[in-house]
Every structure is written in structure tokens, then in C-alpha cells.
Design a protein around this ligand. Sequence first.
Ligand code: FAD
Ligand code: NAG
Ligand code: NAG
Ligand code: NAG
Ligand code: NAG
Length: 315
Amino acid sequence: MLSLALAFPLLLSVHGALLTAPQQLTSLNYDFVIVGAGTAGNVMANRLTEDPKVKVLVVEAGISNANNLDITVPFLGVSAAGTSVDWNYTTTPQLGLNNRSIPFARGFVLGGSSSINLLAWTRGSNDVWDNYARLTGDPGWSWNAVQQFYLQTSRLVAPADGHNTTGQVNPKVHGNGPVETSVEGFPTELDNRVIGASKFLGGEFSFNLDYNAGNLVGFGWIQSSIGGGERSSSATAYLQPVLNRPNLDVLINTQATKLIPDPIVNRSVPTFRTLEIAQSSAGPTFRVTASKEIILCGGVVGSPQLLLLSGIGPQ
Ligand SMILES: Cc1cc2nc3c(=O)[nH]c(=O)nc-3n(C[C@H](O)[C@H](O)[C@H](O)COP(=O)(O)OP(=O)(O)OC[C@H]3O[C@@H](n4cnc5c(N)ncnc54)[C@H](O)[C@@H]3O)c2cc1C
Ligand SMILES: *[C@@H]1O[C@H](CO)[C@@H](O)[C@H](O)[C@H]1NC(C)=O
Ligand SMILES: *[C@@H]1O[C@H](CO)[C@@H](O)[C@H](O)[C@H]1NC(C)=O
Ligand SMILES: *[C@@H]1O[C@H](CO)[C@@H](O)[C@H](O)[C@H]1NC(C)=O
Ligand SMILES: *[C@@H]1O[C@H](CO)[C@@H](O)[C@H](O)[C@H]1NC(C)=O
């Protein structure tokens, strides 16, 4: 089977849907413009372009995820922070850390932080979801109601060493989505002893066959976003398979710098359908428009930063 790492450059050369400079855009008008080809942005891009009539542009500040072993080989994942795939943020001095400032890694690459994270595949607990439903008064947020989305997101595949996983995971609670997940390959003797002790001792933290089945308490085999021994990210699972769609353009190495307000037609509702983009603070700026929506998927730092740069939020 052709590996994803090999398939990626092939797709690029054939279809050219991955653009590296705004000058390569053949249109400045789309139905949707998505800011950030990260964890959330690629899901939006994939689902929206299922309709061939809908034209989508994704603008990503970071670089391609191709040909980078640190973000492909799961064991090397710890080496990715602080390299070319990281924004290299640091925190303000933290009182609780003796006023030290510490690194705050965020993905600067296709797949965003799902390309540099530590791969633990963990669903929210049934209690957390049911609380959302109670607080919002909307049963659509309940554990039972969100199951269909978990099942659409990921699927269980064989662990890297191909061992028999009977008794290590409950396949019934796993679905058929594009993110590949698996239990640990090559478990060590220590793992077997910890699991054995949890089965023997029982109690509140006894063995838990599948901590992604609602109850997260106890000891169980870890599940990771790994398939075929490689990282499964939102870039490999959601973006790469659809990069050849003619209605999808993905522009990397380019930052969204400002949302431009529409001319005022209704003073009670300001709207923003134009996005300013640039490749550097010195370089030229370009404007792209979305006839329907601009969707912010810049992550926990990038999205609020873009809002603040656009005059939206606290002064
Ligand atoms: C080192 C590390 C380890 C982690 N480990 C785990 C784990 O084991 N398990 C787990 O579940 N979670 C883990 N997480 C957290 C998880 O990866 C994130 O919560 C999740 O990926 C965030 O998704 P997002 O879509 O909000 O943002 P991101 O995936 O970060 O996507 C944001 C994207 O927007 C781009 N962007 C930002 N601003 C702009 C702009 N102005 N213009 C253009 N593009 C822009 C960014 O470059 C990025 O690609 C970890 C995170 C890190 C950093
Ligand atoms: C983060 O730091 C590394 C190491 O100094 C550097 O190579 C990389 O370019 C930096 N990332 C960004 C987005 O500037
Ligand atoms: C941390 O910084 C605060 C604010 O500058 C200061 O009041 C405090 O004494 C500092 N604490 C330590 C442990 O240095
Ligand atoms: C895996 O192990 C279980 C329990 O020992 C057994 O029933 C099952 O047949 C095994 N599966 C395979 C594919 O060997
Ligand atoms: C203006 O916005 C208000 C509030 O959302 C809405 O009720 C009204 O229909 C809008 N008017 C026009 C002309 O769009």
C-alpha cells in the first residue's frame, strides 16, 4: 500500500490544490473562507466541499506536513515542539511557577496541533456531556446524542505490532470515521502488571475495558490517534483525502491578518465577509471574500488574536 507520506506530494503535483502564495489563487471569491487548516479547520473543509457547488478556501499560516518524520512517527512526536511546526509561544510569567515563563506549543503546520500533539485519543466523559445538556437545556449535547459524531470521527484499527486486542478495547463503541485510532503497540511488561493489578484489586479504579465508552475512571489500555504505525491527524484523515476536489483551495505559508467589515447596511448587525491575508509583515496584503461565511478555526490563540486585530473584543 502507498503510504500517506508518499501519496501527499503526488496529489500536489497532479492537482495543484495546495497553494504556497496568494498570487497562485485563481479567484479571490469563495463561498466559505476558513482560517486555519488545523484540527477543526480541516474537518470543516472536508465536510463543506462534499457539495461540489460549494467553493472553499482554507488559509493556513504554517507549513506543509509532508516529509517530516517528527510528526509522522508517533514516538518522535515529543520532538516536534520548538521546531518549524510550532508557533513557539511562551506564557506570561506564571505566579504559581515561581514567575517562570514556559513554552506553549501550538501547531504551525497542516493539521495544526493534531499534527504535533501527543496522540492520546480521549472522548469527553458521559458526565461532562450530560452536564452540558443540563446547563444549556439542549439534549443535543447529551452523551447519548453526541455518540453519532464520535462514531463519524474515528475508527479502530490494528495496533502497530498487530497483536490480538481482545479484552483491551470495546470495538462496539468505535465507529467508521477517517481518524485511525489504536491501542498501544508493543506493550511492555510493566503495562501488563499495572493492568493485572487493577483487575486484581478492583475498587474505584479497577480495570476499565474502554475509557472512551463514557466512564473514564479506572485503568485501561491507552488509545491513540495512530494507524499503521503513523500519526493520524486532521491533515492525514480529513484534508489529504479531499485535496483533489476542484472546489477546495488550501493556501499555506499565509496568515490571516484582519477581518474587514462589510459596508454598513444594518447597524444592529455588523458583518465580516472579507479577509486580509499576507505572507509577511513586509510583504503585500491580499483580500479574499466569502459570499457565505468566514469560519475561524485558528485555535485557542489564533482565533481570538485575529478578532482583536480586527477591532472585535476588549479595547
Ligand atoms: C504538544 C501538544 C500535545 C497535546 N497532546 C494532546 C493529546 O495527547 N491528546 C489530545 O486530545 N489533545 C492534545 N493536545 C491538544 C490538542 O491537540 C488541541 O486541543 C487541538 O488540536 C486544538 O485544535 P484547534 O482546531 O482548536 O486548533 P489547532 O489544531 O491548533 O489549529 C489552528 C490552526 O490555525 C492556524 N492559524 C492560527 N492563526 C492563524 C492565522 N491568523 N492565519 C492562518 N492560520 C492561522 C494554525 O497554524 C493552526 O494550523 C496537545 C496539544 C499540544 C500542542
Ligand atoms: C520555532 O523555533 C524553531 C527553532 O528556533 C524555528 O526553527 C522555527 O522556525 C520557529 N517557528 C516559527 C513559526 O517561527
Ligand atoms: C512574581 O512577580 C510578581 C509581580 O511582579 C511579584 O510581586 C512576586 O514577588 C514575584 N514572585 C516571585 C516568587 O518572584
Ligand atoms: C483473539 O483472542 C481471543 C481471546 O483469546 C480469541 O477468541 C480470538 O479468536 C483471537 N482472535 C484472533 C484473530 O486470533
Ligand atoms: C437588521 O437586523 C435585525 C436584528 O438582527 C433584523 O431583525 C432585521 O431584519 C435586519 N434588517 C435587514 C434589512 O436586514
